[in-house]
Design a protein around this ligand. Sequence first.
Ligand SMILES: C[S@@+](CC[C@H](N)C(=O)[O-])C[C@H]1O[C@@H](n2cnc3c(N)ncnc32)[C@H](O)[C@@H]1O
Length: 249
Amino acid sequence: MLTEYADPFRDRTRDLISRVNPYLRLLRDEHYLPLLHGAQLRHAAAAWRTYFDTAGMRELRALLVEIGCYRGRNLLEVAQRFPQTACIGIDLTFKRVVLSAQAIYAQGLHNAVSVLSDARDLASLFRPDELDGVICFFPDPWVKPRQHKKRLLSTSYCAQLAKLIKAGGFVWLKTDNRDYFIRATQALRAQGFCFTGTVPLELISAFEQRFLAERRTIYRVVLINHKHVPMHGKTHALVRDGRIRRPQG
Ligand SMILES: C[S@@+](CC[C@H](N)C(=O)[O-])C[C@H]1O[C@@H](n2cnc3c(N)ncnc32)[C@H](O)[C@@H]1O
């Protein structure tokens, strides 16, 4: 009898894949997971409503993106509290998107999906005015001055967000880096975003919990996209009246 390794027809790429990164195999093979990447993403991006409809979501009222969703903690919380909001969590690493997708699946949520993508490519995933909100908690701070150009929330990126987020939609930013906070809010305000005094749902992200334990100052803001015109439109429920509420029943 042939031993496993003596089998000349054995697919050794599988061994290689799981040795390099075990989450790569899950990303590729676990088709039941609410996870999109590569070519699948191209189809979903052109028709998010169809994607969520097929995923079993009953009524889609709003589309929300979390940039750098990490292991899905916030994404899950928002998706659970706002069942009519489609929640799209984006991250760069195999492990984080797989763990997020596993968490969504375990909770049986039909209104959330984990996406392996670079958030810099947001404009190829969404149409102008398609988004109701973007959550960006603790983006990589790139603290050294020579690294500032690597920060995600640059002037040009904020201009991109302003196009993708509809009037009345929001950006919710948290960071422990004061300089990044000031620059990003300035860039967003230059694009027509305005501060809102509303206290949104209290979400504590994984990094926030870590930083709170270290007693670091945390800078937070919710900005509404006014699109440079007086705005009387609706805002997302999360910002409008998203204070903590106990689930019904
Ligand atoms: C400092 S962590 C914060 C994670 C989480 N938001 C939190 O507050 O706990 C930054 C996250 O952003 C992700 N990230 C960094 N650059 C990204 C990009 N260009 N596109 C998508 N995700 C990105 C990282 O992989 C990481 O999960």
